[in-house]
Design a protein around this ligand. Structure first.
Ligand SMILES: Cc1ncc(COP(=O)(O)O)c(C=O)c1O
Length: 398
């Protein structure tokens, strides 16, 4: 989305356009959970910068980061580094296809898995489950449609029906376990269903935890629900502000077959991203409880205050959230699929209207209009957002 801002610098919870100070609830689309230019990021970069930026070889930071990741995500023993969530996902898909020898994969409608040809669809009208009725998000990638089997998010019955017809052809089911498009607590049942179905039918299951990884309690949704995906992908918060992607899988899924799976990547696992990522991860591990409490308290304060305000004023608006991933919804109903969300926000017009309103008030939210409540935010920031949201709701919502 275009706006007139040109950012010149950023510190903690603020972006600056010259002298203009803007309160940031995007924080690099949820990646900067400790805030901009925080002390971990700065000290970590300072320590690495004189030691070089890339060696095109295994480096000590990568080794240490892998060790630290293994302690937390002990269900996995392969941690493949890349430079973004999209790349981590490209690799996960390649691994799944390589292991199973099957090209087709299951994907849940409304998910965003990054800028990769295979998974970029315009889910504005997600009532369709026939991939041929859904537009690709870009021209030039129509070829990728033929391998996708779409499943409706949070609809167990319909998903089971589609899977029962297709499971033999499917290499893996990819899911963004908590969709940033409709953050929702009730998704738990759907995730348990997919987990059990995949185990029973021997389909690989892959959780794309690019947004949820680190940000949620227990570091990941699969851990919260004690589920067993075969692959997990991470990015965003794991780089501590530097670009990173991580693809996790356990060698067990290779079933002792020696497979050649080649990745490439000049800057993959580079010593700067892995150093900043490692130091940020270790800091968060040490203070996780304190961080979780702070960000969840703020998030609850925001969501409760706005939702009770909307109740009192009988307004068709609410904030829907999963922990600190918060989204404005233009209805008072609970929404569990992007298709229903779009009904109340056609062409995303209402959300973009809100984003523009907030920019005028020097508050910035993500391009997908989600708010990410982070460790750098405080009660004043939340009150500031609450006040502006209330004014917007009174003026613009039915
Ligand atoms: C769930 C999910 N997967 C993948 C991606 C892509 O990550 P990146 O933008 O780092 O390529 C995103 C980005 O927003 C995401 O939210």
């Amino acid at each position: 989305m275009k706006n007139n801002l040109v950012i010149t610098r950023a510190k903690n919870q603020f972006l600056y356009d010259g002298k203009r100070k803007i309160l940031d609830f995007s924080l690099s689309s949820g990646a900067l959970i400790l805030g901009h230019t925080n002390s971990i990021f700065l000290n970590s970069l300072k320590r690495q910068i004189n030691k070089g930026s890339n060696y095109s070889n295994t480096n000590i930071n990568e080794v240490k980061f892998t060790k630290s990741l293994k302690e937390t995500f002990h269900e996995f023993n392969n941690f493949i580094f890349s430079n973004s969530g999209s790349e981590a996902n490209m690799r996960a898909l390649r691994i799944a296809r390589s292991i199973t020898g099957k090209e087709k994969f299951g994907m849940v409608n409304g998910s965003w898995h990054g800028a990769i040809d295979n998974m970029m669809f315009d889910f504005k009208n997600t009532k369709y489950l026939d991939i041929n009725k859904i537009r690709s998000l870009s021209s030039g990638i129509n070829y990728a449609k033929k391998n996708v089997i779409l499943l409706p998010y949070n609809n167990i019955e319909k998903s089971k029906e589609i899977l029962d017809k297709n499971y033999r052809k499917i290499s893996v089911i990819a899911i963004e376990p908590i969709q940033c498009g409709v953050p929702n607590k009730i998704t738990k049942d759907y995730l348990i269903f997919l987990n059990n179905y995949c185990k029973k039918k021997k389909i690989l299951l892959w959780f794309d935890e690019v947004i949820t990884g680190i940000r949620v309690k227990k570091f990941a949704i699969y851990k919260q629900l004690k589920l067993k995906p075969d692959m997990v992908t991470f990015a965003k918060c794991f780089g501590g502000g530097m670009p990173i992607g991580i693809t996790l899988f356990n060698s067990k899924i290779l079933k002792n077959k020696k497979k050649k799976i080649f990745f490439g990547g000049t800057f993959s696992g580079n010593p700067i991203s892995t150093k900043v990522g490692l130091d940020t991860f270790n800091y968060i591990k040490k203070y996780k409880k304190r961080i979780d409490k702070h960000i969840n308290d703020l998030s609850n304060m925001l969501v409760n205050e706005i939702n009770s305000f909307c109740n009192i004023h009988n307004k068709e608006f609410k904030l829907q959230s999963y922990e600190t991933i918060v989204r404005p919804i233009f209805t008072s109903k609970n929404i569990n699929n992007k298709f229903f969300r779009e009904k109340f926000d056609p062409y995303f017009k209402n959300s973009l209207n809100l984003k523009n309103y907030l920019i005028k008030k020097n508050i910035f939210i993500s391009s997908n209009c989600a708010f990410f409540i982070s460790y750098c935010h405080n009660v004043n920031d939340i009150n500031n957002l609450i006040n502006e949201l209330k004014k917007f709701i009174l003026k613009n919502c039915n």
